[in-house]
Design a protein. Structure first.
Length: 117
């Protein structure tokens, strides 16, 4: 178990980005082309149950804005329709309701210490 000193480590920001599955490959490629360390894990949305990907991105502080910009350009929002039953209808007739999905939900965490085991 080797402790890594903060003065030695290059990546001192951990970004966690939840993106739609169809945007994940492109976003991952763009980030890796910029020299960022990316790990992708499959995930599932809680509200609609749609497939997502959670990207763990290790970056130095000076590349944080570049990573945010890359995610913004490659993870777009979409309008989809879900069937919602009308409450006032005599029969449960579903009506298509537009919802906006996609984009990216991003968390940035400062890393003070990590260990390689």
């Amino acid at each position: 178990m080797a402790a890594v000193d903060k003065t030695e480590m290059k990546e001192n920001i951990l970004m966690i980005a939840v993106v739609q599955a169809q945007d994940s490959e492109c976003a991952e490629e763009v980030l890796e082309d910029q020299g960022m360390v990316v790990t992708r894990l499959p995930s599932l949305g809680g509200f609609l149950g749609r497939r997502n990907a959670t990207l763990f991105i290790g970056i130095p502080q000076e590349k944080e804005k570049a990573a945010l910009s890359a995610l913004q350009k490659n993870c777009r929002q979409r309008v989809e329709y879900i069937a919602v039953p009308l409450e006032s209808a005599p029969l449960p007739l579903p009506t298509p309701t537009p919802i906006t999905i996609g984009g990216a939900t991003i968390f940035a965490l400062e890393v003070e210490h990590f260990e390689v085991i």
